[in-house]
Structures are given as structure tokens and as C-alpha cells.
Ligand binder design. Structure first.
Ligand code: PRT
Ligand code: ZN
Length: 217
């Protein structure tokens, strides 16, 4: 057989910013689920589909490995992971940007001023690439969260973090000076071989998302 499971398995963030919008989209295209708050693996009631609810950070790898056939996850997470997956489409929600920010009243004014300085981020791959492309040499400090307080703690001179409204930066006395990466939620597919049945189901899901997006415009 081409793959070990028969149901098309879709990875969705278990609990976070993308969860409700993704589950609403799936319901909106006519896939119905029972009780997804209680279980990690949830069967679809009307199609041969199941959801695996996991941390968003794990989604690109699960899809790359073929543990899941599809995944709904931020472009930022896919790009940071450098995952070997196929991006089927952007979905228009979870929109944010990865950007460089520095203390409002600090000595640095622009990214060039950060040469030789320390940058805190949860996105070391994308951030290192950005500075390398500019020929700037920075010391990347990788933090898993609360990146915005690093300058005040004097752990770093600037940060690279996700921004949506800009409220978090402002509340921490930081100003955005340059955008690194535009992000939105993406539907990704494994590059592992898929059965004819799964391929057909994926085409159906894509068509329905297309129709759903058109109808909601
Ligand atoms: O538990 P798990 O690992 O699954 O969740 P998580 O805490 O890692 O992720 P979560 O739920 O916070 O975010 C999931 C995805 O949402 C991200 O990977 C992005 O693709 C997308 N997204 C969209 C955002 C934001 N907007 C966002 N604003 N993710 C995080 N933020 C944070 C940002 O890090 C900063 O702390 O919100 C703050 C900035 O927001 P503003 O509005 O103040 O600018
Ligand atoms: Zn995460």
C-alpha cells in the first residue's frame, strides 16, 4: 500500500490562534466533527478524514514525515522549519509579519546599526538569513517566548518577532524598523506518495475552500 492509514489525516493546531479559524473553515466547507476539544485524534463524521490536534510547531514535521497528509499552519512556521512540504494555498487568516524591532529611545536607528549586536528571536533561521542577506553580522539569541522583554533585560539590543497590531511592541517600548517576512495560515501537503482516494479527497477540499473563499468575499 502507498500509505499506512486509510483516512486522510489533517494536522490542526490544538489550542491557539489558528485553532478556531481552522475548525470553522473545515466546518464551513462541510466537514463535520464531533467533540474536538476532548481528543487528539478526531474522526470526521461525514468524510474519510481525521484531524490530529497538535502544537503548531510540530505540524510541518508531521506533514513532511507523512504522519499527516495535510496541515493548517502559519507560513512563518513552515518557513522557519524549512520543511520539505508542498504549500497548496494561503488561507487569508492568521495574518502577521515577522519584523525587527528596537528600543524606542535606544542608540540604534536602523538595521545597519545592529551590526555586531545581539538579536533575540524565536525565529533564528529566518532572522539569520535576513541579516546575512544584508551582509550584517548579528549574534542571534534564541528564546522560546517573551522575546519582547529581552531588550529591557539587556539580553539583546533588538528583537525579531511576529507582529499583528503592533500593540505588544508599543507596550514594551519597541519600534518596528523592518519587516522580514509576511505570513498567513497555509494549507500544506505531504510530499510522500498518497493513495488515489486521498488525492481525490484533497482535490475536493481545495475546491470547496476555493468556493468558500469566493462566497465570503
Ligand atoms: O501552543 P502552540 O505552540 O501550538 O502555539 P503558539 O503559542 O506557538 O502559537 P500561537 O497560537 O500564539 O500562534 C500561532 C500562529 O498564529 C503563529 O505561528 C502565526 O502564524 C499566527 N499569528 C498571527 C501570530 C500572531 N498573529 C501574533 N500576533 N502569532 C503570534 N503573535 C504574537 C506575537 O508573537 C507577539 O507576542 O502576538 C504578539 C504580537 O501581537 P500584536 O497584535 O500585539 O502585534
Ligand atoms: Zn507554537
Amino acid at each position: 500500500t502507498l500509505d499506512s492509514t486509510t483516512s486522510l489525516r489533517i494536522a490542526v493546531q490544538k489550542s491557539g490562534r489558528l485553532t478556531d479559524k481552522t475548525l470553522n473553515l473545515l466546518e464551513g466547507i462541510g466537514l463535520h466533527f464531533d467533540d474536538y476539544k476532548r481528543s487528539l485524534l478526531v474522526k470526521c463524521l461525514n468524510f474519510d478524514v481525521e484531524l490530529l490536534l497538535i502544537r503548531d510547531d510540530d505540524i510541518p514535521e508531521y506533514v513532511e514525515d507523512g504522519v499527516c497528509d495535510l496541515g493548517f499552519v502559519g507560513a512563518n512556521t513552515v518557513a522557519e522549519d524549512e520543511a520539505d512540504v508542498t504549500i497548496l494555498r494561503g488561507l487569508g487568516y492568521g495574518v502577521c509579519r515577522l519584523a525587527i524591532a528596537i528600543p524606542k529611545n535606544g542608540s540604534a536607528q536602523n538595521v545597519e546599526d545592529l551590526d555586531g549586536k545581539k538579536i533575540a528571536t524565536s525565529y533564528p533561521v529566518l532572522t539569520r538569513k535576513f541579516f546575512e542577506d544584508k551582509g550584517l553580522n548579528v549574534d542571534i539569541i534564541t528564546l522560546s517566548g517573551s522575546v519582547e522583554i529581552a531588550p529591557r533585560l539587556e539580553i539583546a539590543d533588538g528583537i525579531s518577532d511576529l507582529v499583528s497590531t503592533g500593540g505588544t511592541l508599543k507596550a514594551n517600548g519597541l519600534v518596528e524598523i523592518e519587516k522580514i517576512f509576511d505570513s498567513e495560515t497555509q494549507l500544506i501537503q505531504t510530499n510522500k506518495p498518497l493513495s488515489e482516494g486521498k488525492q481525490k479527497m484533497i482535490r475536493k477540499i481545495l475546491q470547496r475552500i476555493e468556493g468558500h473563499k469566493k462566497a465570503s468575499q
